[in-house]
Design a protein around this ligand. Sequence first.
Ligand code: BV8
Ligand code: ZN
Length: 239
Amino acid sequence: MLPQARQWLRDARVVAVLTGAGMSAESGVPTFRGPEGLWKQFRPEELATPEAFARDPLLVWEWYDWRRRTIAAVTPHAGHLALAALEKVKEDFALITQNVDGLHDAAGSRNVLKVHGDIWRLRCTRCRREWTCRDAPLASLPPRCDCGGLARPGVVWFGESLPRDVWAKAEEAAERCEVLLVAGTSAVVYPAAGLVPLAKRAGARVIEINREQTPVSAVCDASLRGPAGEVLPALIAEV
Ligand code: BV8
Ligand code: ZN
């Protein structure tokens, strides 16, 4: 499987990658649906929603502050670095991520399409101003805008639509690519998971990197079982 997957990747001029929370697991960031995905007995689907934020902005901000502190303390692993190296040797490359942690940017990836937003961005719920804030922990919770309005995390919650321009670029990348790498995602969250069958229908070779089987494993041309921090460097070395 690996030699064939390496050959497809070597021969490809146009490459796209889709990553999920499993990409950050070996850096020490808990995944959403793994055993460690709970926070104070809440599931992400219960907190990452506009309703939860409207009901209890402080609770939601305590969760995001905890995640920001966790992320601020970790570094990208060899898998992130391998993807950044791959981008440098491919003429046409796009990295689509569902992750909001910024670890791909920290690893040196350039064309990063954050389809679910960015945990380091804040947006004012009153004046809509948006800014980057890397304070971990945040000085006070919930954070406020200069205008006095309540700030929210600059991420896409369940029930919210994805940023239109970023999503359009992600769809275009999935349609154009000759090879799509799908790393560390359970492929249950839509519309992001729909990028995999979309790439397949458009004629791409799809290579999955995951510890476990997922709902898209069946449509993949190669499904490499193992941790992204080990499999991606082996897949990408000397490509
Ligand atoms: C929308 C940002 C509509 C916030 C996130 C029923 C059916 C289908 C769809 C729906 C449905 N009901 C509702 C929906 C829509 C919903 C959805 O898909 N729900 C799911 C749960 C069924 N989607 C939405 O609401 C989206 N919006 O549809 O809007 C609309 C349309 C037009 C106009 C208005 C509205 C918005 C979805 C975005 C939600 N935001 N995150 C934040 O981060 O705080 S989603 C969240 O889940 C994260 O972004 C995360 O990345 C994403 C997906 O999870 P994964 O990344 O895959 O992580 P997970 O833990 O699940 O899996 C980890 C994987 O890694 C596993 O496979 C594991 O085996 C593997 N792994 C672990 N360790 C390793 C590893 N692999 C390799 N190496 C390792 N070391
Ligand atoms: Zn404001």
